[in-house]
Design a binder for this molecule. Structure first.
Ligand code: ADP
Ligand code: MG
Ligand code: MG
Ligand code: MG
Length: 417
């Protein structure tokens, strides 16, 4: 059996030989002699193959024992495939239909076989190319509410919750990467950092900005100490694939317990970065204006749907450790319950703004950058747009307590251009 073979990375030639006896692939695809394989991994860490036959197609994702973005000099545990599988199972149960169907997990080979999402496109790419995704904000708002609520102490009973927390605390290597690459490196002169030529003075100023560094440290403390729910942990627009009417979340290997605002804030940050760069990727002013309106509307819908769905779950599914009905509803105090809900949503919102501000910094000054900026060939334009996004990100992180609504934040984004 495959499990007894020591780990070896797959390639397009070896994949049919090594997986050709697995019923999970042969049943849907037919015999391996008819498979066509290509490697499509565009992420920072793993191998991803699309396997196609005349009967259908599947995706095989395999972890490498090092970080692909840096190379073999950065060893990484294969365990992340295990955590990705465990996380996708939970996220899929909490918001059915929003992650790819899982077909097979092979721990020894650190590989996952899943539904091939087609004709879905990675949302980052779709947004750069000017595609309209009218359901994106709604779908992601629902996803965030359902996964973050149902993974939390408001939903889960004590034993299951503690067991889950213990399990995911094993994903320590990826937690450590986020702690360093997101919350620390961009705010100091770290060896893995890079930035666009022309941004030197801005990078220096960031590293001397005490108020911003205090905010970064506060958000890092929140991330590291507030084990509120099971997060996706890497929910940027490159971890979402969509069509006009369907939206799927992929790439959950960073899953860990953390504050709800982290997933929300990272996602919003990438929508706002798409907003700041839209003109560079559009031929004319009117399509850029329309794209800008749509991106801000997507951010607004995402937060509003999140808040509405979360409120609905709060009223109907609050059965876990933090149920709290005994303190409120059971004593006839629904107003008290609603006040507790409003207080919690306010905390998630402030956290989300703080995390969004930090995420923008790490994507411009840290190791892992994003195509919205990287694809702008004119380095002067790229640096100028990055400066604007950084100013916006700083405002979010430092002044997160002063911005009450997503509409207010969108107005600030418009005003900063
Ligand atoms: P990494 O962890 O290395 O970032 P991802 O899970 O993000 O890997 O996958 C990398 C790329 O592979 C995605 O950006 C997407 O293009 C493709 N991909 C991943 N999963 C699927 C899937 N289920 N269906 C179609 N394409 C996928
Ligand atoms: Mg990825
Ligand atoms: Mg659908
Ligand atoms: Mg990944």
């Amino acid at each position: 059996m495959l499990e007894r073979i020591p780990y070896r990375p797959l390639d397009c030639e070896s994949l049919p030989l090594r997986l050709g006896s697995r019923a999970e692939l042969v049943d849907p695809l037919g015999p391996a002699t008819g498979w066509r394989v290509r490697e499509v991994g565009d992420g920072n860490l793993n191998l991803v193959f699309i396997v196609v036959s005349d009967k259908g197609s599947l995706v095989v994702k395999q972890a490498l024992p090092y970080a692909r973005v840096v190379g073999e000099s950065w060893p990484m545990s294969l365990d992340r495939a295990f955590f990705e599988h465990e996380a996708l199972k939970r996220l899929g149960a909490r918001d059915p239909g929003r992650v790819p169907d899982l077909k097979l997990f092979d721990p020894a080979q650190a590989l996952l076989v899943m539904e091939h999402l087609t004709p879905h496109k990675v949302v980052r790419r779709a947004l750069i190319e000017g595609e309209e995704l009218p359901r994106l904000g709604e779908h992601l708002g629902l996803y965030l509410a359902r996964t973050l609520f149902r993974g939390s102490d408001w939903s889960m009973p004590t034993a299951a919750r503690k067991a889950d927390l213990a399990l995911f605390s094993g994903n320590v290597e990826l937690a450590g990467i986020t702690e360093e690459l997101v919350f620390s490196d961009p705010f100091k002169d770290a060896p893995l950092n890079r930035h666009t030529p022309g941004l030197e003075a801005t990078a220096q100023a960031v590293r001397a900005d005490r108020a911003l560094k205090i905010a970064a440290q506060e958000m890092k403390a929140r991330f590291a100490t507030c084990a509120q729910t099971l997060l996706h942990g890497d929910l940027h627009t490159g971890s979402v694939m969509a069509t006009v009417d369907d939206t799927r979340v992929i790439d959950a290997e960073f899953a860990l317990y953390g504050p709800m605002g982290f997933d929300v804030g990272v996602l919003l940050a990438h929508l706002w970065m798409a907003y700041f760069t839209r003109k560079a990727h559009r031929a004319d002013a009117s399509t850029a204006a329309r794209a800008g309106d749509q991106l801000l509307a997507t951010a607004e819908t995402c937060w509003r749907v999140f808040a509405a769905e979360f409120s609905c779950l709060w009223r109907t599914e609050r059965t876990g450790i933090l149920g709290g009905r005994d303190l409120f509803e059971d004593q006839g105090d629904t107003v008290g319950s609603e006040a507790a809900l409003a207080h919690h949503l306010d905390t998630v919102w402030r956290d989300a703004l703080g995390f969004a501000g930090i995420e923008i910094h790490r994507r411009i000054l840290g190791l892992a950058h994003v195509a919205e900026f990287e694809a702008i060939a004119d380095l002067g334009l790229r640096a100028a747009l990055e400066r604007t996004a950084l100013a916006f990100g700083r405002h979010l992180a430092v002044n997160r307590r002063d911005m009450d609504t997503v509409d207010a934040v969108n107005r600030i984004a418009r005003g900063m251009e």
